[in-house]
Design a protein around this ligand. Structure first.
Ligand code: FAD
Length: 450
């Protein structure tokens, strides 16, 4: 018997129910990844994520070769390619993970119909993209939790299943040819993608970073978070395996880290229940957003005149990653201080983030904008107060805004207090907005909207 194992958001050999079932039940397996033109058309295959994906596929191929097989990569329309590969290999069954996003659910329906016409079976397995499946814990009478704290309580008590081992051998039929593996565009410096690198980083993190996570996670300059987000997004790591190993390590760092993984699951269960929240307000606030191309440009390019905001936006442009605290600050600044539509910011982030993920990005944006699940949507993060608290020595600002590298002490966070001649020498922009006036404008906009 021959089976096709279709990889989607699960680019790994460990804890992969799809590969495990295909390899366990058939003599020959075609491990298939389709570079789906639908994903490209939707604008999601941005260069940085494409570069990371190339690393993931190379690593998957290597892992399969070590088990006697190889990865088959095809380019085109996913349903057509799966049917073509199934026909060429004489497969009678195709295995895939359950579709969680609206796009993946449509793909699953179309696959079922197309394979059914050819009398081939589609077996859909649990999608291990979160620790706890969306729709698992739900409040009485509702299909998802809208508030994190009660969700977290139920989530923490939810039974986590055992991690599956990687298959020992994968026999791939010779008659199926694949396209060459995609090559990462060297113009985009991204971390090395793939399960091997993800597992190596996870082990190093458990040994070296986790213990101090609770204490340092909000310190912008310390850069003391795991940076595992792209590996979780592409499914190079199973979130179930991550949580199991982190819980095993124990301590306050582990507790704080597990809570962040629960935040990830929380956003995924909201989006699974309310797919429209990717583009529409989850909770209508009827704020009339402002539109100012110069301000939006200053925000995107990191020249708002607020050093911590500019440092963060330059980190995003430079690395394709931004610290969580900085994401919160820059999102609050765009949506509450400048009063720009959260979709504008979310789009910009998705264009650059290596870990760009519709559920995590859009729902965190909505949280920051006060249109999402934040139970205190009226609070505004003051960039100056936040900078003093989370970058007390100004090291983060100095790292990303070299114009300010020589500004002494905490003045680095408020260069507008320097004398005129000194400011002119720095060539750093004046603030695009007056914070007190902006806070009053936000309060007035909310008052009108509610
Ligand atoms: P760690 O601090 O080491 O956390 C461990 C893991 O927990 C992360 O890898 C991530 O998977 C998860 N996590 C942590 N915080 C959050 C959170 N607030 N929401 C959801 N999951 C979380 N995360 C993404 O993965 N993709 C995105 O597109 C994304 N966009 C965001 C946009 C905004 C406006 C905000 C405020 C946050 C966004 N986040 C996003 C969440 C968070 O900022 C990143 O997951 C985190 O910074 C990644 O770095 P890390 O792996 O070192 O995190």
């Amino acid at each position: 018997r021959t089976a096709v194992a279709l990889f989607t958001s699960d680019l790994r050999l460990y804890d992969n129910p799809v590969l495990r079932a295909a390899a366990g039940g058939a003599d020959r397996v075609v491990p298939l990844f389709v570079l789906d033109e639908g994903v490209g058309r939707a604008g999601f295959a941005v260069p940085r994520r494409a570069a990371f994906l190339a690393g993931c596929l190379a690593d998957l191929d290597e892992g399969l070769r070590a088990r006697g097989g190889r990865l088959v990569v095809r380019e085109g329309e996913v349903v057509e390619e799966v049917c073509r590969v199934a026909g060429q290999s004489g497969a009678d069954e195709v295995h895939v993970a359950a579709g969680v996003s609206a796009y993946a659910q449509r793909r699953e329906e179309r696959l079922r119909a197309a394979l059914g016409r050819e009398r081939r079976r589609l077996t859909v397995h649990e999608a291990v993209t979160t620790v706890v499946p969306p729709g698992g814990p739900v409040p009485t009478g509702r299909d998802h939790f809208a508030v994190f704290t009660p969700y977290f309580r139920r989530w923490s008590a939810w039974p986590v299943r055992h991690v599956l081992a990687a298959p020992r051998r994968v026999e791939v039929p010779d008659e199926v040819a694949g396209a060459p593996l995609p090559v990462a565009d060297a113009a985009y410096a991204v971390p090395k993608g793939g399960e091997g690198e993800g597992r190596r980083r996870l082990t190093a993190w458990l040994r070296g970073g986790l213990a101090r996570y609770a204490e340092l996670r909000d310190d912008l300059a310390a850069d003391a978070t795991s940076r595992l987000s792209p590996y979780l997004h592409f499914g190079c790591l199973s979130p179930v395996e991550v949580v199991t190993r982190v819980r095993g390590a124990g301590g306050p760092g582990a507790e704080a880290f597990v809570r962040q993984l629960a935040w990830r699951d929380f956003h995924h269960q909201v989006l699974a229940a309310v797919p429209g929240a990717a583009v529409r307000d989850y909770r209508a606030r009827e704020v009339r957003w402002r539109c100012d191309a110069d301000e939006a440009g200053a925000w995107r390019e990191g020249r708002t005149g607020f050093p911590v905001i500019d440092a963060a936006m330059r980190q995003l442009a430079g690395e394709g990653w931004m610290h969580n605290r900085a994401r919160l600050l820059t999102a609050s600044f765009l949506t509450k201080t400048l009063l720009h539509d959260w979709r504008e910011g979310a789009r910009h982030f998705l264009g650059l983030l290596v870990d760009g993920d519709v559920a995590d990005n859009q729902l965190n944006w909505q949280w920051a904008a006060g249109t999402g699940t934040d139970t205190r949507p009226g609070r505004v993060l003051n960039p100056l107060v936040q900078a003093r608290r989370f970058d007390p020595d100004g090291a983060y600002v100095r790292r990303w805004v070299p114009e300010l590298a020589d500004v002494p002490g905490r003045l680095v966070h408020e260069p507008w207090r320097l004398g005129g001649a000194e400011r002119a020498r720095l060539r750093y922009p004046e603030p695009v907005v007056d914070l007190a006036a902006a806070a009053a404008r936000f309060r007035a906009a909310r008052g009108r909207g509610q």
